[in-house]
Design a protein around this ligand. Structure first.
Ligand SMILES: [Zn+2]
Length: 111
């Protein structure tokens, strides 16, 4: 990978990390502990619990992606960065720009 491409990707990764951290922070409001029945009523408490589990699931997804991106950032100067871990082909730059955390080329991902 060219030095210029690497710098571009590093920039993209840092931007993504910043956005994800922002989103996760936003979700914190919705995943806070829920007040007891007598404070908000039973039905709205059930609603709150449902919503909370949806928000918790998306928070988990975001956390996962965040840790993958952080890994990519540590890995970016490695000669294997941007190389498919299965077939050793170079992963297309266009794909890396969209998902810098991917480790497989398009072909191997299909299989
Ligand atoms: Zn491959």
């Amino acid at each position: 990978m060219k030095e210029k491409e690497k710098m571009e990707l590093e920039h993209i990764i840092r931007e993504e990390i910043r956005k994800l951290e922002f989103k996760i922070n936003d979700l914190k409001d919705f995943t806070a502990p829920i007040a007891p029945d007598n404070a908000i009523g039973r039905i709205s408490r059930m609603d709150a619990i449902n919503n909370k589990s949806i928000f918790e699931a998306s928070e988990r997804n975001l956390q996962n992606r965040l840790s993958l991106l952080n890994q990519s950032l540590q890995f970016i100067n490695d000669p294997d960065f941007g190389v498919c871990i299965k077939c050793r082909q170079t992963i297309a730059m266009e794909r890396l720009k969209i998902r810098p955390e991917i480790r497989y080329c398009a072909e191997c991902l299909k299989k």
